[in-house]
Design a protein. Structure first.
Length: 346
């Protein structure tokens, strides 16, 4: 298995893009990119330069891929307008009809509409809405659900109750939206893969069920993680679990025991705003536990983290544990022999 770290936040633009080539298939995961936020300590022209440099590189790898994985519809995880680049490929994409918030549903509808008009030369036709009950994914969280949060417990219960009401309201919309169909045409195939496994010769690609994008009932929606495995190597790409913040997701990664972990971190640049100390501490402890208990050869700990200069200080338990255990935990830039851009800026 050959693995290329195509673009990551440590290279100066938001992305978590990986290219994997096995004896059977060439796969690109989350081929998207976005410029850094206003608080990132670089001049605007540099942010744009790095974004465009990354976009060109991502498109080069997209062109030579057979399979494209899109874990969710944030722009740093897919290219929504470069439609022709998806021709003659298999797309494993986040289901746009369920376990998705309104904004990502809108982006997905636009994306699939462009695929129909540009590649299939026809308008998209929406099917009947799903007529089923939608399981609340919080019920799967056996560890986080029983965890004692001490002084934060009362506030957490308030947030969980609000989250459950949000889920009930949102899941009602899933049952009324027109169904965006999967595509099975000669020019392109699109598949909603959550919870399923696919084989290409001796290569297996597996996908998790929908997982919260960060904290429980995160309003930005759900994602899935991806596992690619051949006879020699297993790689796990976490997408946007934000740490992971949720203990059950760390447990899932540990049970998978991959050789290579592509782990996104907590959004430390949002600390004190959209990330509180309790959830930062959870994310750090969960990543630390992955370092301690998973028998990996390499962990790329990058996406979200190197968007501010203090990310190492705020997640230092993870780095210190890796050093103590002599495990390789690095950013993508460091794996490529470079300093993360945020640390290399004056």
């Amino acid at each position: 298995m050959k693995i290329e770290l195509v673009w990551f936040d440590s290279m100066g633009a938001k992305s978590s893009c990986v290219f994997v080539e096995t004896r059977d298939i060439r796969i690109i995961i989350d081929p998207g990119i976005a410029a850094m936020q206003p608080s990132f300590p670089a001049e605007e022209w540099k942010k744009i330069l790095w974004r465009e440099e990354g976009r060109r590189k991502i498109k080069r790898f997209l062109k030579k891929s057979d399979v494209v994985v899109i874990s969710h519809y944030h722009y740093d995880h897919f290219l929504p307008r470069d439609i022709e680049i998806y021709r003659d490929k298999i797309l494993f994409t986040k289901n746009p009809n369920e376990y998705i918030n309104e904004s990502q549903r809108g982006r997905a509808l636009d994306f699939f509409g462009r695929i129909h008009s540009s590649i299939l030369d026809k308008e998209i036709e929406l099917g009947k809405p799903a007529s089923k009950a939608f399981k609340d994914t919080y019920s799967d969280l056996k560890i986080a659900g029983k965890k004692d949060f001490g002084d934060y417990s009362e506030r957490r219960e308030e947030l969980l109750e609000k989250g459950k009401r949000w889920f009930e309201k949102l899941s009602g919309k899933w049952g009324s939206w027109g169904w965006i169909p999967e595509i099975d045409e000669e020019e392109i195939k699109t598949i909603y893969p959550e919870g399923k496994e696919y084989k290409f010769g001796g290569t297996r690609i597996r996908f998790s069920h929908p997982l919260f994008h960060g904290v429980e009932y995160s309003r930005v929606g759900w994602v899935f993680y991806t596992i690619i495995e051949d006879e020699d190597t297993k790689i796990l790409h976490s997408s946007d679990l934000n740490g992971p913040i949720i203990e059950d997701y760390a447990e899932m990664i540990i049970r998978e025991n991959p050789d290579i972990v592509i782990l996104d971190g907590p959004m430390t640049y949002m600390f004190g705003y959209m990330l509180n100390k309790t959830n930062l501490d959870r994310a750090v402890e969960n990543a630390k536990r992955i370092v301690e208990e998973a028998d990996f050869d390499l962990m790329i700990y990058d996406h979200h983290l190197p968007r501010e200069k203090r990310y190492r200080e705020r997640t230092k338990k993870v780095w210190e544990t890796a050093e103590k255990l002599k495990k390789r935990v690095v950013t993508a830039a460091e794996q490529m022999g470079q300093a993360p851009k945020v640390l290399d800026l004056s």
